[in-house]
Design a binder for this molecule. Structure first.
Ligand code: KG4
Ligand code: ZN
Length: 396
């Protein structure tokens, strides 16, 4: 079985094609491509939705054609086609229709059995482009469609082998008896604790009441004069920071009894501290590095405390850390050290190339669903949901 996966929830346009291996219990990657828009959004200091939509619409067809080529599924064949139906589906993306119409007239239907597409959460205009593109392909070639939750993608990204692109069995096997697992999802848009009762069966047990942790990294980075996305820059600067009594930030909600987080107070405290230091003309490179270190430590402390409470409350047998911020070395290292020491449980993190948004994780999620006999959805019923929740998946 071959699955085509499409991801356009934020500022990466991504397409993967996977196929189940002959043994049927794993997959291999036929092609896996990501086009990032970071350079385009940089000057806005964050992702600008209308621009993201335009870029996805421009890039999807060339990326799709390249993916087919690289997967060996591109066969030229000139033909007449009635494309009225896909023109209607892509009514709001005329440029995308023109490009797809031209491509469809010169190739054979590719040998793909299912299309998986991110339907949310994410930026609605960006999500719609991917969803409508997937619907158009589904209609054009009569290929079943499966909408996938982006956060579920992040969770299952930990199943990927470190060298997943080269392997026949691209997925690790994490034994069944290790459930329930806990997932800490940390990205630019989310900070959530999710109970994973089985792959495809999730329950949100804690989340941020205001900013996401990645958003806080990005905002503090901006105050320190670093470019978007600031997370990796904070993480790098923090390595050269030192402990300094005069640079101290709060640990919001560290002692609250629930499993929720708050990061806006931490960000505001960082702003006051940075403003004061600027006024006193003391914001030199060493001070910037030390603020980065303290901010990263404060964020890690809060994430760790709530994660430990959740592990204890739910008897989690392992922790998954995923999402863009899971690329952070300090967070990965601290969690692995502490959880191994205190509970003897494993910490699963995705390969670094799969921490950020990608379509391979969407392909993995679709594969896990097919393994559990989930049905596909008629193309005209698939809609984008900017605020889609994991609670909408099975078992809740
Ligand atoms: O999952 P992701 O690629 O996109 C969303 O779905 O939001 O996450 C992006 C976020 C950004 O806020 C970025 O600054 C942050 O992940 N990030 C990091 C690191 N690498 C990326 N934050 C802290 N340390 C890092 N090394
Ligand atoms: Zn994401």
């Amino acid at each position: 079985m071959r699955i085509l996966a499409i991801e356009t929830s934020c500022d990466e346009t991504a397409i993967s094609i996977i196929e189940t291996t002959t043994s049927g219990d794993n997959i291999r990657v036929l092609s896996d491509m990501v086009m990032t828009q970071i350079d385009i959004h940089k000057e806005y200091g964050g992702v600008f939705p209308a621009l993201a939509k335009r870029e996805h619409a421009k890039n999807l067809v060339p990326l799709f054609a390249e993916s087919l080529h690289s997967a060996g599924l591109y066969t030229e064949k000139e033909q007449e086609l009635d494309t009225t139906a896909i023109k209607q589906i892509l009514e709001r993306e005329p440029e995308l229709f023109t490009a797809l119409d031209a491509l469809a007239r010169k190739i054979e239907k590719p040998d793909i059995d299912m299309i998986a597409v991110t339907y949310g959460p994410g930026l609605a205009p960006a999500l719609w482009v991917g969803v409508n593109f997937a619907r158009a392909l589904s209609e054009l070639w009569n290929i079943p469609l499966m909408p996938i939750n982006h956060m579920e993608g992040h969770i299952v990204s930990v199943l990927a082998q470190p060298d997943y692109q080269k392997k026949d069995a691209a997925l690790l096997s994490i034994p069944e008896q290790e459930f329930p697992l806990l997932a800490l999802l940390i990205s630019g848009g989310h900070t959530q604790l999710v109970l994973v009762r089985d792959w495809t069966d999730y329950k949100i047990i804690g989340e941020t009441i205001d900013d996401a942790v990645g958003e806080a990294f990005d905002k503090v980075a901006r105050l320190l004069g670093m470019e978007y996305p600031g997370g990796p820059k904070i993480s790098k600067a923090a390595q050269d920071g030192v402990e300094d009594e005069s640079i101290s930030l709060p640990r919001p909600m560290l002692h609250s009894k629930d499993l929720n987080f708050s990061f806006s107070g931490l960000k505001t405290s960082a702003r006051y501290l940075i403003d004061d230091l600027k006024r006193e003309d003391k914001l030199d490179t060493q001070t910037i590095n030390s603020i980065a270190r303290e901010f990263q430590q404060a964020a890690t402390d809060v994430l760790l405390k709530k994660t430990k409470s959740a592990i204890e409350q739910y008897g989690a047998q392992g922790l998954i850390i995923a999402g863009g911020v899971s690329a952070n070395k300090h967070i990965r290292g601290t969690f692995t050290e502490v959880l191994t020491r205190d509970y003897g449980i494993p910490v699963y993190t995705p390969p670094l190339s799969l921490c950020g948004d990608n379509s391979f994780m969407i392909a993995i999620a679709a594969y896990m669903h097919t393994q559990r006999q989930k049905k596909t959805t008629p193309q005209n019923e698939v809609v984008a949901h900017g605020n889609a929740s994991l609670a909408g998946t099975e078992g809740n």
